[in-house]
Design a binder for this molecule. Structure first.
Ligand SMILES: Nc1ncnc2c1ncn2[C@@H]1O[C@H](COP(=O)(O)OP(=O)(O)OP(=O)(O)O)[C@@H](O)[C@H]1O
Ligand SMILES: [Mg+2]
Length: 322
């Protein structure tokens, strides 16, 4: 199998002080995460706010190196690369964040923002200009608007420009960290479809992050469900849709706002989802991380830690009760 990206046992720990007793504690934001992504496919990572999604991708890209574990991309073990080679390699991996406003310099014309990336690649100016027009065309922005400033564009248009800028480097791997959660639902669909078109046109591989399960299922080939730094379920989108097994995945479905993804329901348990980091001061919890919230947990779940195990071909679940 052609696994373009292989992540094994990734751990990211932070050191800080606990809120209650101010003792020094280790917080494990990412806990022994393993998964792989095939070339030209989308892996979706879903989980509530604070579960460690951004921390995980920052570790994968070595923007903030993992505490332990390994990341292999297209055969290269990133942990083995000296800093210079890592910087060069990183051009192949680009990241698009949630907020296009903070990604674009408000004082720069968008052509200049795009130009920065191209000049870094050592291309002559006339080639850059041609490339910028093509990139803008690719993401559906009229090239004649390239002398405009970011504030002259809508949110959706700005996110298209951010995507164009990520593509400047001709990456083969894009990390999309909640790329549409700041946008209106109608615009979200446009950007998602644009990303899907670009993926086939440019043979890209995506790691897509969202707290919106429906959106992740629509967009991704495979899905990982993350909770408190750990993967609780891993399967194809079809499998998760047809037969979600982990009680937490099922809870995500029941609190999801149906088909019109993106808009939180007023009765959805939003506050419960926004877990403060600080009730996680105890660094190495015993048992299942979901045990307290789970409706079917028992003593076994309190005492023992469930590991991912395959229950059907390609479908892994970390739960004793499944
Ligand atoms: N630099 C840091 N120092 C200490 N703790 C951190 C640091 N960065 C992240 N964390 C903690 O790691 C946990 C995971 O945070 P992270 O931002 O990865 O979550 P997330 O799933 O991306 O959330 P969201 O959906 O809100 O973006 C949080 O509890 C956060 O407080
Ligand atoms: Mg995040």
């Amino acid at each position: 199998m052609d696994h373009f990206i292989e992540i094994q046992n990734l751990v990211k720990e932070y050191y800080g002080r606990g809120i209650l007793n101010r003792r020094k504690v280790t917080v494990r934001a990412v806990d022994r995460v393993s998964f792989s992504i095939r070339r030209n496919t989308v892996f979706g990572l879903v989980g509530e706010s604070g579960c460690g999604k951004t921390t995980l991708v920052r570790s994968i890209l070595y923007l903030d190196p993992p505490t332990s574990g390994s990341v292999r991309i297209d055969g290269t073990l990133l942990g083995d690369l000296p800093a210079r080679e890592l910087r060069a390699f990183r051009k192949r991996m680009q990241i698009v964040f949630q907020d296009p406003n903070s990604a674009l310099n408000p004082k720069m014309r968008i052509a200049d923002s795009l130009m920065e990336g191209l000049i870094n690649r050592g291309l002559p100016t006339n080639v850059c200009d041609r490339r910028i027009r093509r990139l803008l065309d690719l993401v559906g922005i009229a090239a004649r608007h390239r002398r405009r400033f970011p504030h002259e564009f809508s949110g959706g248009q700005k996110q298209r420009i951010v995507i164009a800028r990520a593509l400047c480097m001709e990456p083969d791997f894009l990390v999309l960290d909640e790329p549409v959660s700041n946008l209106d639902v109608s615009i979200q669909a446009q950007i998602i479809n644009l990303l899907l078109d670009l993926k086939s046109e440019l043979t890209l591989t995506y790691l897509f992050i969202s707290h919106d399960l429906n959106l992740v299922l629509y967009f991704s080939d495979r899905v990982g469900v993350m909770y408190r730094g750990r993967l609780l379920e891993l399967a194809s989108s079809d499998e998760i849709l047809k037969a979600p097994c982990h009680p937490y995945t099922q809870q995500l479905f029941s609190s999801a706002p149906g088909k019109d993804h993106g808009v939180p329901h007023s009765d959805a348990p939003v506050h419960r989802n926004q877990q403060p980091a600080d009730d996680r001061d105890q660094p190495f919890l015993r048992g299942c991380p979901y045990e307290v919230e789970c409706s079917i947990s028992d003593d076994v779940c309190q005492e023992n830690e469930p590991h991912l195990r395959e229950i059907r071909r390609g479908h892994q679940v970390a739960c004793f009760k499944v």
